[in-house]
Design a protein around this ligand. Structure first.
Ligand code: C2E
Ligand code: MG
Ligand code: MG
Ligand code: MG
Length: 293
């Protein structure tokens, strides 16, 4: 690393003063390595979907699952989407990868009882791609999944980037009968007036607010913020899902302030398709008593 650092500093020329951070070099090389493997990963079938349950807080009913992609790398093991989604977006691979995710999630959901939904994350790049409607139609047709069982998760920045165009895409997607959730709500800059005009079904309250809620060292206004988001959602006739619910205290507070649904480690961590099927079977026989109480 040090030889390379020296070389890079020299190559930068005499007139530039460059401080070389070896850790940055390691990260850059790591990124480059992943990027070159990423191109082949799709055709090699190295991506897998894990599923995380969503439940209704009042009744304890299981509502469905969010599909979360992982990369089963032959050398590095299971790679988190946080490491490769942005690379896939930069390289354009997110379009075929996203299409695969949608198809696979619909196929997997066909093995579940018909009242359970599946939610799929859509990247801004996919959302802005001309093929997105066709990808959706293809996934529904190929799997035979009823459209109302599929929910698409998009983020605020996806909508706000070009809100006129986004509105049209949203209407086109919704015309297929699927649902739309606004993911990581509260972390972006949603214009409240636009929020009103977008055809949405739910707000997913970002985990960062939930994790502050029962943290004594945290921000005491966290509960007030979550409450305000819930009231906003109610005014707009949107459902609410709290993300990243980890404790019973958070669950209790969320119930008290009227949040409808929860997702998080308290209920279950994301699991593979096979585990998901036994999770569903177990839940239907006897819902976890601690959770539903
Ligand atoms: P997201 O859509 O907001 O997904 C929720 C993330 O929070 C997941 O991380 C999930 O494992 C994590 N999580 C859930 N409950 C808890 C909890 O109680 N505590 C904590 N600490 N974390 C919790 P994951 O699977 O690493 O995914 C990260 C992000 O990667 C996702 O955030 C989403 O933005 C993106 N992503 C995942 N799969 C896909 C995909 O198929 N397509 C696209 N475009 N993005 C994806
Ligand atoms: Mg999501
Ligand atoms: Mg989220
Ligand atoms: Mg999030």
């Amino acid at each position: 690393v040090s030889d390379m650092a020296l070389y890079a500093a020299k190559a930068a020329g005499r007139h530039t003063l460059r401080f070389f951070d070896p850790a940055m070099d390691v990260r850059a090389r790591h990124k480059l390595g992943l990027l070159s493997d990423l191109g082949l990963a799709l055709q090699r079938g190295e991506f897998v979907l894990h599923y995380q349950p969503q439940m209704e807080l009042a009744s304890g009913a299981l509502l469905g699952f969010e599909a979360l992609v992982r990369w089963q790398h032959p050398v590095r093991g299971l790679v988190s989407p946080l490491e490769f989604i942005s690379l896939a977006e930069e390289s354009g691979l997110i379009v075929p990868l996203g299409a695969w995710v949608m198809r696979q999630a619909c196929l997997d959901a066909m093995h579940w009882p018909a009242h359970l939904r599946v939610a799929v994350n859509l990247s801004a790049v996919q959302f802005g791609n001309a093929d997105v409607l066709h990808t959706l139609q293809d996934a529904l047709q190929h799997s035979g999944l009823a459209c109302e069982r599929l929910e698409l998760e998009i983020t605020e920045s996806t909508l706000m980037r070009d809100s006129q165009a986004a509105l049209q895409v949203l209407h086109a997607l919704r015309s297929q009968g699927v649902r739309v959730a606004l993911d990581d709500f509260g972390t972006g800059y949603s214009s409240l007036s636009y929020l009103r005009s977008f055809p949405l079904d739910k707000l997913k309250i970002d985990r960062s607010f939930i994790s502050l809620m029962d943290n004594p060292a945290g921000d005491s206004s966290a509960v007030a913020i979550v409450q305000a988001i819930i009231q906003l959602a109610q005014a707009l006739h949107l459902e609410t899902t709290a993300e990243g619910v980890e404790t019973l205290a958070q669950r209790d507070t969320l119930r008290r302030i009227g949040c409808l649904q929860a997702q998080g480690y308290l209920i279950a961590k994301p699991m593979d398709a096979l585990q998901t099927r036994s999770f569903i079977a177990g839940w239907l026989v006897a819902p976890p008593s601690g959770l539903v109480a």
